[in-house]
Ligand binder design. Structure first.
Ligand code: ADP
Ligand code: MG
Length: 572
């Protein structure tokens, strides 16, 4: 307030949040508007940010998560208080579990009322609830602290092991005003948000010594390696060392899956036989049978030695002893290994690489035979063969994949050729990421997206086809419709009127969901129809949904993780 005629320029909480994000190169918000953040979404758009509005917060959160993985910048999800906040938490937790940077920003009710539990609109102590689910959680109460709050959230999300961060912004904050110049000064442009972390020279030497003595070495690339964007050095490490490598699902494409050193087609053999395993941004969790047991050759596991590259020191020895821990960022660690290897590093014994190669070629030939079959009713293999052809012709397309059988088969059948082109259910095996990940991939990269979806998995986020149509995104969803979860043939043993819990409406027309919003819908019953429709969708960039009719008897219970079912083995 001033009494002279020139008013002091002021800013407010809304604009400080927007300016702080923009100052740090964060130009996209994934959201569902509502109290108290509706105006924030409007003003962000008015200030030139891309604001993508969803139908449910979980998918906005998933989109932010995928954006974080693809860009190394925290994806931003923005929700309303209590219920909207809770809807965003699955994504926040999933981001943390997968080590992807994202920031969930939620509006919240007034502290004074919440803390006295006086029954406010959407009352909830959101900060306390978010804390155990994410890497860090902050609340900002004063407009002048918004700059610090956003800077801390960014650093927490991307530095060290990346993860999800929660930022709590009470409704009152947005309308707080302050002097515009002071406001501008209060913002922080984060310098070097994810500093390189160089490995210790003696750790590098220890790793090289172990690798040098190996008779049957193996490199295992995880999604941390894909995230690190050290693509050229990772490829050089594999090729210069001559060591067979296995990509985890989201590391597919770091080197083309058709690479002659890829041991994917000899996976069980190399895991059981390798004597020294170099893990690059991959954890020895359930996805790798915890580094022990039958998968790893049973008794042979005792003699195996691991080298592990990871930015998180506490990841070491989490499941089995790590003989040579290499703590640092993947780019720096791989570069150090390359330097140490020099130019005349001895390739692994031909006995080993020959044996791996022999199995690889044999198994690839077997797979080619299966893929060439064209059974009267389309099954997972014949449908995925059609998609495989289209991805081969469009290697820049991003593949999103979820489901049970649809996931397991697609992972092994659809080859990837470029880094970070495959997004899937990740560490948790979470269902529901499909449309959120697809939207983010299209928005962030502008490339065509092919979402390969089980019919059940699709259901979790299906309403977001409206979002895809509204923003006219180049997303083609292929629904593998086998009438149910795993399969469509379960019966109600009582003979009662309810269908079995795993069964859906028979012969559903998911393609009509897309046409309802102005997109293209295709009903495909043969691989040829599927391939043609997918080629057209990728070429046109029009939102498309292909209802791919799959043999309802074709699936396996729980896909390839049947062993995790409590009643495994007791099934008929
Ligand atoms: P996957 O499931 O593909 O095996 P994980 O998610 O289990 O991959 O492992 C990824 C690992 O990568 C995590 O332990 C994480 O700490 C690590 N990581 C992520 N980013 C980096 C990075 N830039 N440098 C080093 N390690 C990283
Ligand atoms: Mg199904």
């Amino acid at each position: 307030m001033t009494t002279d005629s020139t008013p002091i320029e002021t800013t407010d909480g809304f604009h400080l949040v927007i300016d702080a994000l923009k100052l740090n190169g964060l130009d996209t918000i994934f959201t569902v508007p509502g109290i108290p953040i509706t105006d924030l979404t409007r003003m962000a758009q008015a200030e030139g940010m891309r604001v993508i509005s969803f139908r449910h917060e979980q998918h906005a959160g998933n989109a932010a998560t995928a954006a974080g993985f693809l860009t190394q910048k925290p994806g931003i999800a923005l929700t309303v208080s209590a219920p909207g906040f809770l809807n965003g938490l699955t994504a926040l937790t999933n981001a943390t579990t997968n080590c992807f940077p994202m920031i969930l920003i939620s509006g919240s009710s007034e502290r004074e009322i919440v803390d006295l539990q006086q029954g406010d609109y959407e009352e909830m102590d959101q900060l306390a609830i978010a804390k155990p689910l994410c890497k860090a959680a902050f609340r900002v109460l004063h407009a002048q602290d918004i700059g610090v709050g956003i800077a801390r959230a960014i650093r927490a999300a991307v530095s060290g092991r990346p993860g999800g961060v929660y930022l709590d912004l009470p409704a009152k904050l947005f309308s707080q005003t302050m002097d515009a110049a002071a406001g501008k000064k209060s913002l922080i442009k984060v310098v070097d948000a994810a500093p390189r972390q160089l490995p210790a020279p003696e750790s590098v030497q220890r790793a090289l010594d172990l690798l040098k003595g190996a008779k049957r070495p193996l490199i295992l690339l995880g999604k941390g390696a894909a995230y690190a964007q050290a693509d050229a050095d990772i490829r050089a490490l594999v090729e210069r060392s001559g060591i067979p490598y296995l990509p985890m699902s989201m590391a597919k494409g770091l080197l083309p899956d058709t690479h002659e050193q890829s041991a994917s087609a000899a996976r069980s053999y190399v895991l059981a036989e390798a004597d020294v395993v170099l893990l690059v941004g991959a954890r020895l969790n359930w996805l790798l049978s915890h580094g022990k047991g039958k998968t790893w050759g049973g008794d042979k596991a005792a003699e195996r030695q691991f080298i592990q590259i990871d930015i998180a020191p506490t990841e070491m020895d989490s499941n089995v002893p790590i003989a040579a821990p290499l703590v640092g960022d993947i780019g720096s660690c791989v570069a150090a290994l390359l330097t140490g290897m020099g130019s005349n590093w001895a390739k692994p014994p031909a006995e080993w690489t020959g044996a791996v190669n022999e199995r690889r070629i044999k198994n690839l030939a077997k797979m080619a035979e299966t893929l060439a079959l064209n059974p009267p009713v389309m099954n997972f293999h014949s449908a995925l063969n059609a998609i495989r052809n289209v991805v081969k012709a469009n290697p820049e397309a991003i593949v999103v994949n979820e489901g049970a059988n649809t996931l397991d088969f697609a992972r092994s059948i659809v080859d990837m050729y470029l880094p970070r082109k495959r997004l899937d259910v990740g560490t948790w095996g979470i269902m529901g990421i499909g449309m959120g990940f697809s939207v983010a991939a299209a928005v962030v990269t502008g490339k065509p997206v092919i979402a390969i979806e089980g019919d059940s998995a699709f259901g979790f986020s299906g309403m977001e086809v409206e979002t895809i149509c509204r923003y006219n995104l180049p997303v083609c969803v292929v629904v593998f419709n086998n009438n149910g979860i795993y399969r469509g043939i379960d019966q109600n043993p009582t003979g009662g009127p309810d269908v079995a819990p795993t069964v859906f409406v028979k012969n559903a027309r998911y393609d009509l969901m897309m046409t309802a919003f102005g997109g293209v819908g295709v009903h495909a019953t043969t691989p040829a129809e599927l391939q043609k429709a997918l080629e057209e969708a990728v070429a046109s960039g029009k939102p498309t949904l292909i209802n791919a009719v799959i043999d309802e008897t074709a699936g396996t219970e729980s896909g390839r993780i049947t062993s995790l079912n409590p009643s495994a083995g007791k099934k008929k």
